[in-house]
Design a protein around this ligand. Structure first.
Ligand SMILES: [Zn+2]
Length: 166
């Protein structure tokens, strides 16, 4: 991921300076410190009556064409639960209510630097998933048939979810 070059407040150049024992980007004009932190995202763990897990095929980068849990970034005015339910609806057309928080893992990302992926259970009613935003396909998959998932954070969440739900 590329570093920012200009201050978002006053548009002056940013400089790398040692601060708190780290190198930080600091504005040479107004002193604004540009902290870089993992971006918080929700990943939805959804199963059907047959204990199959809901996955989507990604329609966007990173990892376009590969399969993973539905989910996405948490908006500034949302709770974790709201983000999970909204992303599930946008990507699969399924409505549900948030359940247990399953875990949280930092996922290194070439595009975003690092993402804090929080896994949350979503309980859905009847209905077939249909792919929407950011998803080329959406499908319930048996545990034995799970494809290779490119995000280690998702793999860990799936393992934990099956352990505590069986
Ligand atoms: Zn500035």
């Amino acid at each position: 991921m590329e570093d920012y070059k200009y201050c978002p407040i006053c548009r002056s150049s940013l400089e790398k300076k040692p601060l708190d024992g780290r190198e930080r980007l600091v504005c040479g004009n107004c002193g604004k410190i540009c902290y870089r932190n993992p971006l918080p995202a929700a990943a939805c763990l959804v199963t059907d009556d047959a204990r199959r897990l809901l996955l989507i095929e990604r329609a966007i980068e990173p990892r376009k064409g590969e399969w993973c849990l539905p989910g996405g970034f948490i908006e500034m005015d949302e709770t974790l639960s709201e983000a999970a339910v909204r992303e599930l609806w946008e990507e699969t057309g399924l409505s549900g209510r948030a359940g247990r928080v399953i875990g949280a893992h930092i996922q290194k990302s070439g595009m975003y630097g690092a993402v804090l992926v929080v896994g949350i259970e979503v309980i859905v009613g009847k209905g077939e998933p249909a792919p929407g935003d950011d998803a080329a396909e959406a499908r319930f998959v048996s545990r034995v048939d799970l494809p290779k998932i490119p995000f280690e954070s998702h793999t860990k969440l799936i393992k934990k979810y099956f352990e505590i739900s069986s």
